[in-house]
Design a protein around this ligand. Sequence first.
Ligand SMILES: Cc1cc2nc3c(=O)[nH]c(=O)nc-3n(C[C@H](O)[C@H](O)[C@H](O)COP(=O)(O)O)c2cc1C
Length: 187
Amino acid sequence: MSQLKAIALSGSLRKDSYNRKVLQIAKKIAAEHGIDVLEADLKELALPLYDGDIEDKYGLPEPVKKLKDLVENADIVIIASPEYNHSISGALKNAIDWLTRTNNSLSKKVAVIFGVSSGIYGTVRGQNHLRQILTALNVYIVPQPQVLIGPADTAILPDGSLNNPKTQELLESLIKKTIEFTTKLKA
Ligand SMILES: Cc1cc2nc3c(=O)[nH]c(=O)nc-3n(C[C@H](O)[C@H](O)[C@H](O)COP(=O)(O)O)c2cc1C
């Protein structure tokens, strides 16, 4: 079977984002399991806000086409999602909305989702929303484990690593299970 490919996304745009930091750990774990991993930086892509008038007049904007190509070329989408007001970030929702235009680029992909928040609940409410959205888009997500990381300032060390080895183990377990599931799905 051909090598599995993954595309990694952070729902937080900020440069020093905790979610970006944990995304780097997830990318490394996936690569260590033989996955060909690329990252799509939503800040660099600078997608416009979804607007049906732009779509009607000009079609899909270039950065949207680029993101859709990256996602369509991947088997697995790895998403580090912050929690904003008990939901996902506007940047991530906007990217997902564009990804479903013309065709649903996410359909039949397998997603790894996790998140870091400053609160003690570690994005549980945001992740539930993300799970609901992705399920509606025909994306497979392994049910367990859930990787909920918080509070960020103690969970993430200054070098970007995870303070609690159990969190690292959970993330590894989530990625390993997702790879096993994807391999079976593609067989
Ligand atoms: C608009 C906004 C809403 C937020 N809402 C929540 C929230 O609902 N729950 C929570 O635990 N943290 C919330 N936070 C705090 C984030 O968890 C914190 O800023 C975190 O560091 C964001 O992730 P990042 O470091 O990857 O940017 C919010 C932050 C922002 C900017």
